[in-house]
Write a protein that binds this ligand. Sequence first.
Ligand code: AMP
Ligand code: MG
Length: 409
Amino acid sequence: MPSFEEARALILASVAPLEIERVALGEADGRVLAESLDAPFDLPSADNSAMDGYAVRSADCRTSTSLDVTGFLPAGNVQTLHVGARQAIRIMTGAPLPDGADAVIPLEDILAHAGNETASGGTIGIAGPVAPGAHVRRRGEDVRARTCAIPAGALIRPPEIALIAAFGLTAVETYRRPRVAILSTGDELAAPGGPLGHGSVYDSNSFALAAAVREAGAIPHSLGIARDDRVALRDKIAEGLRIADCLVTTAGVSGGDRDLVREALSSLGVRQLFWKIDIKPGGPTAFGIGLGKPVFSLPGNPVSGLVTFEEFVRPALRKMAGHPAPIKPPVKAFLAETVHKKEEMVRFLRVSIDSIDGALFARPSGDQKTAILGTLVRADGIAILPAGRSAFEAGEAVDVHLLYPGCRS
Ligand code: AMP
Ligand code: MG
């Protein structure tokens, strides 16, 4: 049976980034950039004003003085104006600096204004001195032409979108998002919205895992519920392998007599890399490759399903989506209370996190039995207590994977 780290390493070694496709900028966020994006021109493309004010020659403004206002440059104005000796041109934020000017005096620093307030004309009184380059955005000071603006492998977030659009580009090369087929299995499952018979439970895994797939940046495709029936299971699994890049099944792998997932997978030629991992919760987590695609068989318990998704499926999906570092970096948190566990296995502890004076404290969010879903609902993260020890003392620093940080308020 592999350890936590061995299982995750095996999984990551078995998957590769999907193909690269060009997508419109409006669909690029959340994807990984597959090309190094070099700046096609200097950004900003010209020296321009950082403030609403007056463009001046700093040499004229060493001491308090007055200047003649000879023109007006709103942003987007295309005319070329010239600032001569002892002159100023009224300028708006973003407008290119006129010829001759090397600084801008913000409106709020103007001491006195005589003449027309809004357009050219009149004179202004200023305090001085004004440093050369004051309130001027230099051409290329943001990004220089032909240098790397965004490296390949970067996650495209709103700021990257802004930068790409600032270069006038409308499409970029990105990795394709993985499509993930999700199959819930078990005779006891009922679809939400329908009646709940005695001994049945509603299928929460299909919905929870679809949400987790989306949170991971991938596209879920629910195959619905397969009964504990050889033919039904085989058909659904075959469909998942055909239509998706990755298949995730839940339940039916814990070795009970109706656990037919194992049989269905092998009948479809899925090559199994392992059936169990030395972890809790989530011990009966299996992984294989079918039609070259990763197949995860997660335990049926909703807590186990989500925890193993987070620790094993999510990194695989991130790698397939082109992320160069697909494992979520853990944060360090101090345990708020002593925790005991079985020495030989890794324990995933559902914890709530408090930040006190900048330090993070992890406290078990309640009953850690696998069937208690409320503890996961109240958790902010999963503390990873490594194998080889049975006691973790209050005050000890442990690794925590924060859960769904993009969904936190
Ligand atoms: P199993 O892995 O089949 O032994 O199932 C473990 C537990 O998870 C049982 O209590 C099942 O009823 C429950 N379970 C299995 N599948 C689901 C599902 N899709 N949604 C909610 N609970 C489930
Ligand atoms: Mg079952």
